[in-house]
Design a protein around this ligand. Structure first.
Ligand SMILES: C[S@@+](CC[C@H](N)C(=O)[O-])C[C@H]1O[C@@H](n2cnc3c(N)ncnc32)[C@H](O)[C@@H]1O
Length: 274
């Protein structure tokens, strides 16, 4: 449950300093990156909460057996990137968060990947990719139309002729965030090197298409951290327009990881665009 929720909650955005619950050791965070991803200790919890799932199988299937040049944009801790490289693909993993990248670089097999610390809009590589993936709902970190346009057009620039970008965003009609309550999500996990970590999520507000929520971490040594984040839930029509404006001429849509059609009630809006 918690693993699924974490993945559901993927794609975080900064909202300022974290807060401390009373009586616990204070850790103050500020700056522009989401501390769930930029702080190494918090990023180290990610893999335990996110074992490979149906989405991983979907992306491995899209990559196929023939060796390809693949960009994993928003690669996080690099689990998919390393698995793709193990299957003989040439892989670049890019992510703006230092904590996630540190976990990725240290992962067994991480030496086979070209790691780049960059966000989607700022990426500037000479390589042109057969496939660009954005997994774990990375797309929902793009909170404005401008941010979506900047990311999509820059990623399109990095595609080889006939290349495709593949990503997913949660279907807003399903209103997943309504389950992101402390009661529904509270869990304790055991993380190698960290011990027991209590985690839960709490939605603090919904404004237009933006869901504001907090991730609460409680570490065995008494440190408590609250990471505030935001995610955008775009409609499929908006996404179709944004893809067209960014220059994508073909789009396939799926509603779930079994490649079923995108219906109004499907959990995901999965895009394969070229
Ligand atoms: C939930 S994680 C997903 C990680 C990985 N793709 C997965 O499937 O497990 C979301 C990732 O998006 C990254 N991210 C945040 N802002 C981004 C941006 N503007 N461009 C690209 N990636 C971004 C975060 O640093 C984080 O690693």
């Amino acid at each position: 449950m918690i693993a699924q929720l974490w993945r559901l909650l993927s794609g975080l955005r900064p909202e300022g300093a974290c807060r401390l619950t009373s009586g616990a050791r204070m850790t103050t965070h500020s700056g522009m990156s989401d501390i769930s991803y930029s702080e190494h200790r918090l990023a180290s919890v990610y893999d335990t909460l996110n074992p490979a799932g149906e989405d991983t199988a979907f992306y491995l299937d899209v990559a196929g057996a023939e060796p390809r040049t693949i960009l994993d944009m928003g690669c996080g801790t690099g689990a998919l990137a390393v698995e793709l490289a193990r299957r003989s693909h040439t892989v670049t993993g890019a992510d703006p968060a230092a904590g996630m990248m540190a976990v990725a670089r240290g992962r067994p097999g991480g030496d086979k990947i070209t790691w780049i610390e960059s966000d989607a809009a700022g990426l500037d590589l000479a390589t042109r990719f057969d496939l660009i993936f954005m997994t774990g709902h990375v797309f929902q970190v793009f909170l404005t139309d401008e941010a979506i346009a900047a990311a999509l057009s820059n990623l399109r620039r990095h595609l080889a002729p006939n290349g495709r970008i593949v990503f997913e965003t949660r279907n807003p009609a399903v209103r997943d965030w309504e389950d992101w309550t402390p009661a529904e999500t509270a869990s304790t996990v055991e993380v190698l090197g960290l011990g027991r970590v209590d985690v839960h999520y709490d939605v603090t507000g919904v404004q237009d298409q933006i869901v504001h929520y907090e991730t609460h971490f409680g570490f065995e040594d008494g440190e408590k951290v609250i990471a505030p984040s935001r995610l955008r839930f775009v409609e499929r029509d908006q996404l179709a327009s944004a893809l067209a404006e960014a220059g994508f001429s073909t789009v396939e849509w799926y509603g779930d990881w079994d490649c079923s059609a995108a219906l109004p009630t499907s959990p995901e809006i999965i895009v394969v665009a070229g």
